[in-house]
Write a protein that binds this ligand. Structure first.
Ligand code: ATP
Ligand code: MG
Length: 204
């Protein structure tokens, strides 16, 4: 079992969107039994799941709400019978993301390729270094999300990304209307257009 946590204190960077689509890919393409933990009091993934129920679309994975501290102590029991766990975290919080880092094997930090997002990484970098001190095997990656379609990353953004103390995935997630549309319908980009570019990004 692998536990993935999607985290970044910066809001609106695509944590929920990438986490839901990633979980969908694990279930849809790889046949994994996925438990999705919505740790954000905002409840984006729970809303998505409710939209899916309303559309009478069979569920790809189970979504549970856990918007509080303590998942690292309870997850083993909660995840019995599942192959993988995907956790979505709130922005502008510290205690919940910290607790979830302790529960995780892999940390994905989505960030938009903008100076404001790069400057705002200071908060998450502090959390990540604290967590790695506890957990030597914690695997941490940054994921560029909401990249302008048809644009390359600018030189100064690339230099800043290269300066991060953790690897940045080669795959980037573009800003595509299909991501927002799929979520509204309680769907995923892979289900909507399995051959599309968004589906490729998520699989990669
Ligand atoms: N790759 C994308 N392409 C187009 N729209 C996107 C993409 N990723 C996210 N969005 C849109 O941007 C907004 C914020 O995305 P999302 O909710 O996934 O971010 P978040 O980091 O989870 O936000 P929060 O910090 O509020 O939890 C949403 O309206 C979503 O539909
Ligand atoms: Mg979110």
């Amino acid at each position: 079992m692998t536990t993935y946590t999607f985290t970044n204190q910066k809001g609106g960077v695509g944590k929920s969107t990438t986490a839901i689509n990633f979980a969908g890919s694990l279930a849809h393409d790889l046949g994994r039994r996925v438990l999705f933990v919505d740790a954000d009091p905002q409840g984006t993934a729970l809303d998505w799941s409710a939209a899916r129920s309303a559309a009478e679309h069979p569920h790809l994975f189970t979504v549970v709400g856990y918007p509080r501290v303590g998942l690292h102590k309870e997850l083993a029991a909660m995840a019995a019978g599942y192959d993988d766990v995907v956790i979505d975290n709130p922005a502008r919080a510290t205690d919940i993301p910290r607790s979830n880092l302790l529960a995780a094997d892999v940390v994905v930090v989505p960030l938009q390729p903008s100076p404001a997002d790069l400057w705002a990484t200071a908060d998450v970098l502090t959390l990540l270094s604290e967590a790695s001190a506890f957990k030597e095997n914690l695997k941490i990656v940054f994921l560029v999300s909401r990249r302008g379609v048809g644009t390359n990353l600018g030189k100064s953004i690339k230099t800043s990304l290269a300066g991060l103390p953790y690897p940045v995935l080669d795959t980037t997630i573009a800003n595509r209307v299909g991501y927002a549309e799929a979520l509204v319908d309680g769907s995923t980009v892979i289900e909507v257009d399995p051959e599309g570019q968004a589906a490729d990004e998520i699989r990669n």
